[in-house]
Each structure stands twice: as structure tokens, then as C-alpha cells.
Design a protein around this ligand. Sequence first.
Ligand SMILES: Nc1nc2c(ncn2[C@@H]2O[C@H](COP(=O)(O)OP(=O)(O)OP(=O)(O)O)[C@@H](O)[C@H]2O)c(=O)[nH]1
Length: 198
Amino acid sequence: MRSGDSYQVMLIGDSAVGKTCLLVRFKDNTFLSGSFISTVGIDFRNKVVNVDGTKVKLQIWDTAGQERFRSVTHAYYRDANALLLLYDVTNKASFDNIRAWLAEINEYAQDDVVIMLLGNKSDMTSERLVRREDGERLAKEYGTAFMETSAKTGLNVELAFMAIARDLKSRKSRRPNEPKFNVAEYVDQEKQKPSCCS
Ligand SMILES: Nc1nc2c(ncn2[C@@H]2O[C@H](COP(=O)(O)OP(=O)(O)OP(=O)(O)O)[C@@H](O)[C@H]2O)c(=O)[nH]1
């Protein structure tokens, strides 16, 4: 693998939506079950992924969702190249708060930041309170990519980070006459592959 670029990806969203679990699933392919330990301030992990034979280093910042840490996390927004914005499909308030999170992004992040909206805990089918269509509609309204994930089963977790890595890499290396990388199209294509998203 050739060595390539490094990017900062930040996980944001209400407390307990599953940001830490999503990161641990991506990094170590395990699920943190048992008692819930809320993140204090901010934490980070690196993972190197392979995008078309080039190493792309993702430095992933896991932020605390609790309100009292907001001023700490604000300081990190401007350095983020991409934001994974999570809600919990079993927690309606976490979905309703997405507009407020998007307003924060607008205020503190770079204008060209890549944003992906993720509806996490999609494995909890009987407790679901937010429909997939509602997530899709909101993402469309704000022009962001969207998918549902489960840190517990691993559904779409790798895909979400890989789509971000590809988008960031293509923004950097794209020649003026090349078409823009389309995250939504990429995600749809990958979802259809049998090896994906189990
Ligand atoms: N069933 C299910 N439970 C999940 C999933 N993701 C996270 N959880 C559970 O939800 C709780 C909160 O997960 P965390 O990852 O710690 O939440 P967080 O968003 O990092 O929370 P803060 O650090 O407070 O911002 C834990 O009890 C997890 O086990 C998921 O995809 N499915």
C-alpha cells in the first residue's frame, strides 16, 4: 500500500447514541456491551484504511455527548475534515436534536466539512421510534449522506467510515475535469454486494 493522507473525523451526537461503540466496532471489530460509560471530554483513536491501494489515516475523535462538555468539543470542530453525526433510532429526542447539532456544525466547523448522518442501534427493531424514511428525509433536506448502523451487529459501520475516507481522498486528489465522488451512490452500490454490511 502506498502511504497517503491523514484526516480528522469527529463523532458527534447526543449522549448514549453509541458514538464510542461505533468507533470500537470500527477499530477493533467488537461491541462494548454491559454498563454504559459516558465519554468525558474527548478521546481519539487512529485507524489506517486502504482506499484503492493507498493508505488513508483516519484520526477519529470521539466526543462526549453530554451538554456539560460542549465547550470542550466546540474547539475541535474547526480541525475536523468529516463529521459522523449520530442519533439513536430508539430515542426520538436524539433525532429531534439533530437540527441543533447541524446548527452547531454550521457555526463551528469548516464550510467544506463532509457530514454523514447515522441512525444507530438499528438492531433494536422492537424499540424503534424513528423510521428510516425520517432519517432519509432529514439528510436530504440538509444535503448530507445517510445510513442506519448498528455498533452491536456491525451493520454498515465499516461502510460509513470507508465512504468518508473515499470522499475525503477524492476531494483532495480529484482533477478539475473528474466527476465528484458521490457518497450516496457509493453506499448504494456497496450495500448490494453480498459481503457487505453483515
Ligand atoms: N443494541 C445496541 N446498543 C448499542 C448500540 N450502540 C451503542 N449501544 C449501547 O448504548 C449505550 C451507549 O453507547 P456509547 O457508545 O457509550 O454512547 P456515546 O454516544 O459514546 O455516549 P457519550 O459518551 O455519553 O456521548 C451503551 O450501553 C451501548 O452498549 C447499538 O448499535 N445497538
